[in-house]
Design a protein around this ligand. Structure first.
Ligand code: ADP
Ligand code: MG
Length: 314
């Protein structure tokens, strides 16, 4: 029987920064917030986004294949794998150091390269919406479509960009390995960038040209690990209704029914707050007693103590 509260914590963009030096700095603060929770007696499992990092890797690999004709194009799934390792490396080191600084010597830290199966019949594949990589001219876009089978879309007058699908996560392939590590008290970083999207044929997994939302995969991971809390850390302390309007109201709590009502009324921006609230609902609604929390990284500890953030309960 477990007696510690188990928390899946999803790190947003501001926990990692946008460049190599920014990330080095950001992870130190992130590690402090995470170790604070462990010191409060929580069992923590970490997931994270990868928007800027996977963009950077994708652009670097595209430049490589432009410069060297022997280097074929790097699939997006491989770029996600690279981003998991790169972010995991920095986070893992920062966490290890922070634990040692506080004399917490019995918690090993590990990053799991994680694949997440998506359904190839997911309706999202029929309508790619997520822009990634560099802007291109119409001519460059045509070449990319022919050469790499990319779907290119014009992006509000700024040029053409590749768009990929954002299907729902169906299964975390490495879940049993993650569970074994978490159950033996290790601090695990997994499902980075939503996981490496793969489809399954027989025993073979194939990388998919897609990006899985990290908030949705975090909800799935939290359910699979029977967590007590899903904490989504982002750039706002609380979720608001009438966000950015004169009658804006910050919410301390909403139940699943209220949250669904607010979604219907269009209070949460698609692509930023909407997937977080949807993921929060999915976890909170999955079993009695499960709580989701959306707040700032710096407020994670206060949030878990019930002092701030927006709580989503059944
Ligand atoms: P992350 O990198 O953590 O995923 P995002 O930028 O994707 O962060 O999403 C968080 C942002 O969502 C906030 O900074 C805020 O500007 C925006 N947002 C949109 N709608 C709302 C809302 N109703 N309440 C609070 N924030 C909102
Ligand atoms: Mg986001």
């Amino acid at each position: 029987m477990k007696n510690k509260k188990r928390i899946v914590i999803a790190l947003g963009g501001n926990a990692l920064g946008n460049t190599l030096p920014e990330q080095m700095k950001a992870v130190k603060i992130t590690a402090q917030a995470i170790v604070d929770l462990i010191q409060e007696g929580c069992e923590v499992v970490v997931t994270h986004g990868n928007g800027p990092q996977v963009g950077m890797i994708n652009n670097a690999m595209a430049a490589l294949s432009r410069e060297d004709s022997n280097q074929p194009n790097t699939p997006l799934s491989v770029c996600v794998a690279m981003s998991q390792a790169y972010i995991g490396y920095d986070l893992q080191n920062a966490l290890r150091e922070e634990l040692k600084n506080r004399n917490m010597l019995d918690i090993p830290v590990v990053t799991m390269v994680t694949q997440v199966r998506v359904d190839e019949n997911d309706a999202a594949f029929l309508n790619p919406t997520k822009p990634i990589g560099q802007f291109m001219t119409e001519e460059q876009a045509k070449i990319a479509e022919e050469k790499y089978d990319y779907v290119m879309k014009e992006d509000s007058g700024r040029g053409y960009r590749r768009v990929v699908s954002s299907p729902k996560p169906a299964e975390i392939i490495e879940i049993e390995a993650i569970r074994a590590l978490v159950d033996t008290g290790q601090l695990v970083i997994s499902c980075g960038g939503g996981g490496i999207p793969v489809t399954l044929k027989g025993n073979h997994l194939t990388g998919a040209s897609a990006v899985i939302d990290k908030d949705f995969v975090s909800a799935l991971l939290a359910k699979e690990l029977d967590a007590d809390f899903l904490i989504i850390l982002t750039a706002v302390e609380k979720v608001a209704i009438n966000f950015g309007k004169p009658d804006q109201k910050w919410l301390a709590q909403m139940n699943v029914e209220e949250a669904n009502q607010y979604i219907e009324e269009g209070h949460f921006a698609p692509g930023s707050m909407l997937p977080k609230v949807e993921a929060a609902i999915e976890f909170a609604d999955s079993k009695a007693g499960r709580v989701s929390l959306i707040t700032l990284l710096e407020k994670a500890k206060e949030g878990i103590l019930g002092e701030t953030g927006t709580r989503i309960c059944k």
